[in-house]
Design a protein around this ligand. Structure first.
Ligand code: ADP
Ligand code: ADP
Length: 230
């Protein structure tokens, strides 16, 4: 059965009902696509899962137990890692500093500089990103910044990796590189939520696809139907 369940989540921002009642579940190891028009509530839904926002009502269950996803740190303790849509790196810091920055100490313990370098090297290696660890992030291309965010997310040893429009703003060949990298991650058995406007990407990567419309989950499609929808 599902290891993560979202039940009847609602969230408003002032007068805007971003989510009215969204429900979904996740199976271990699946790649779950989320599609829907701009403003439908997709990012809000995953921000709630990642502990970046808190819900007004509804619940999130992990392994059958309700979890108050009150902060990114709580989400990280459950190994739920959100890679946000916006590039969120510290531009004037190095690759190493960006990878280990904000990692949950209870998961990894305090790190020496040497351990930080070793961990960063293996995070880059895991996604086949060959960059000098001491490079400053502001010197990287957009696609390398995006891949670095992915390496940082993987360094958190996610059980659930949430990717919110990871190819937004990239050229087609760069988007393909990101997608190939996501495929490598998927092959390791990580559960993935993949938000995208690109149905071709979703059809290529995902086992199931949910549609969000006006703050509600309106449809879930699987298998061959995804390709038909694309
Ligand atoms: P999607 O990811 O599907 O494009 P969002 O979850 O980003 O949709 O947004 C859902 C609705 O909530 C939109 O109307 C959006 O403008 C609004 N919204 C999202 N974040 C905020 C915020 N921080 N403050 C005010 N309104 C917001
Ligand atoms: P559709 O609109 O039918 O879903 P897409 O626009 O998603 O088709 O995809 C067309 C091709 O462009 C895909 O092979 C995809 O890899 C690539 N692509 C994906 N994201 C982007 C992007 N942000 N900019 C340009 N091309 C992209």
């Amino acid at each position: 059965g599902p290891w993560l369940e979202v039940r009847g989540i609602a969230k408003h921002y002032g007068g805007v009902k971003a989510l009215r009642s969204a429900s979904m579940d996740l199976l271990a190891g699946e790649v779950h696509g989320i599609i829907g028009p701009n403003g439908a509530g997709k990012s809000t839904l995953v921000k709630l899962l990642g502990g970046v926002e808190s819900a007004d009502t509804g619940s999130i269950l992990v392994d059958g137990s309700e979890v108050e996803m009150s902060s990114p740190s709580v989400a990280q303790q459950h190994r739920i890692i959100l890679m946000p849509q916006e590039l969120s790196l510290v531009p004037e810091s190095s690759i190493v500093d960006n990878i280990v920055l904000g990692s949950e100490p209870t998961v990894f313990g305090a790190l020496s500089a040497k351990q930080a370098r070793r961990r960063s090297a293996s995070a880059l290696d895991a996604i086949g990103l060959d960059l000098p660890l001491s490079a400053q992030v502001s010197d990287l291309s957009t696609v390398h910044k995006r891949l670095l965010m992915l390496a940082r997310a993987l360094d958190r040893a996610p059980r659930l990796l949430i990717l919110d429009e990871p190819t937004a703003g990239l050229a087609a060949h760069e988007a393909s590189l990101v997608m190939d990298t996501v495929s490598r991650v998927v092959a390791k058995g990580v559960t993935v939520i993949y938000i995208s406007h690109h149905l071709t990407e979703v059809a290529k990567l995902c086992n199931r696809v949910s549609t969000v419309r006006e703050g509600r989950m309106v449809d879930t499609i699987c298998g061959d139907d995804i390709t038909k929808a694309a």
